[in-house]
Each structure stands twice: as C-alpha cells, then as structure tokens.
Design a protein around this ligand. Structure first.
Ligand SMILES: Cc1cc2nc3c(=O)[nH]c(=O)nc-3n(C[C@H](O)[C@H](O)[C@H](O)COP(=O)(O)O)c2cc1C
Length: 210
C-alpha cells in the first residue's frame, strides 16, 4: 500500500495510506465538498447602489463558496408590455439572466426600495423573468435583504418580496434589513456589531441550506 498527500478542506495537507478504498472515499468527498456557487445581486441600477454594496459584503462572508456578483445594468431590458411580448417575444437578456440563475446553487438578493415597493428596474426584470419561466427562483436557497438610508431599511419591499417570491418557487432561508445605511455601513462593511451579528446568522442559514 502506498502513501499520498491530500489537501483537506481547511487547506492543510495530510499524508495518508493509499489504496482503492481511499480513492473511493476521495471521490465521495470531492462530491460532498464541491464548492457551491452563489449568485449575488441588487434590485437596483444605481451605479453606486447601497444594496449592491450590501449584497457584495454579504457574499464575502460565505465560506468555501464561489460568488458571481451581477449588475442589472448589464441586462438591459425594454419595459414589459404584453404587446411587445406578443410582437417580439421575450428579450434575450431575460433568458441570459435566467441561465445564470440556473448555474447558481443559491442567491443573495438585496432589494432597493422605491415608494415602498420594488425599484422599476427590478420589477421589470422580475416581470420578464416570470414570463420566461413562472417559477423563476427555481427553488434554490435565497438570502433576501434590503437596505435604505432610512430607519426602516427597506422593510416594506423586503416584506413584499417575502410574500410574493414563494409563488415563483423562491426558497427564502434568511432575510435581513439594514437600516440607516450611511450610519451602519462603511468601507465595504457593516460597522454596527449587533447588525453584523444578525447578518452572520442569516449567512449561516444560507450556507447550511446549500
Ligand atoms: C423614487 C424614490 C423613491 C424612494 N422611496 C423610498 C422608500 O419608500 N423607502 C426608503 O427607505 N427609501 C426610499 N428611497 C431612497 C432609496 O432607498 C435610496 O435611493 C437607496 O439608495 C436606493 O437603493 P440603491 O442605492 O441600492 O439603488 C427612494 C428613492 C427614490 C429615488
């Protein structure tokens, strides 16, 4: 029986005896430890979106995870109209977005709140996605968030999504609202310890559901 160095999950090497059984165990572990892929994005098209900043920070807290951060500005879509859909069909960018969602194991989404509801750009994307595939959240685990400069931290839009998304096969495993963004977020991080702890609990919930 030979010996071989293997790389463990914590990035340390271990020298182990090597035989056929070891090979099978390694294959099982490779499957179990396959790095999960999270798609993170904001329901906003602001170039300096506070929700994108929050989604990006949240994604950075996940362990052993590959992350793709999307920007809705890269998925230009005409305003939904049933006439346009009948005439020209569903735009390619809606299918592209859905294709990326399908590649993910889970989602982090932080919604901008405009007049207590979804931003126009997100509502438009959601409408097109739901025309491409009604169950557009694909049953994958989602950490749903919102932030705003105000004290309510986008709680209205967050609740709106919590109520609606399950009809589109969302599997919401965590939710988080960050109030008063300018007071509680700085240099890419949440600065309020209590709020950060609250977010970490939600991040763990997402991790455990992947
Ligand atoms: C038309 C409009 C409506 C808004 N309505 C709300 C609101 O209802 N509640 C809220 O907390 N903030 C509201 N805001 C402020 C947004 O939360 C703020 O612009 C925030 O930066 C948007 O998120 P983003 O930076 O990710 O785009 C509104 C802003 C605009 C332009």
């Amino acid at each position: 029986m030979g010996k071989v160095n293997i790389l463990l999950k914590n990035n340390t090497w271990k020298y182990i005896p090597w035989n056929t059984n070891s090979f099978i165990v390694l294959l099982i572990h490779k499957k179990i430890f396959k790095m999960k892929h999270i798609i993170a994005f904001a329901g906003s098209n602001s170039s300096n979106s506070i929700n994108k900043q929050l989604a990006t920070y949240t994604a950075s807290l996940l362990e052993n995870t590959k992350t793709t951060i999307l920007d809705l500005n890269d998925f230009d879509l005409p305003i939904y109209s049933s006439d346009l859909e009948a005439k020209e069909g569903i735009p390619e960018n809606a299918f592209q977005f859905l294709k990326i969602l399908k590649k993910g194991d889970g989602f982090i989404l932080s919604l901008a709140e405009n007049n207590g509801a979804y931003s126009a750009v997100f509502k438009n994307l959601f409408d097109w996605l739901s025309r491409a595939e009604q169950k557009n959240w694909l049953g994958k685990p989602m950490l749903l968030m919102a932030t705003s400069p105000g004290a309510r931290g986008g709680q209205s839009v967050l609740q709106m999504a919590v109520d609606r998304f399950p009809r589109h096969d969302a599997n919401i495993v965590g939710k988080f609202s960050l109030p008063s963004f300018d007071d509680n977020f700085s240099e890419g991080k949440i600065t309020n310890e209590e709020l950060n702890k609250e977010l970490l609990v939600q991040v763990k919930a997402l991790e455990n559901s992947l």
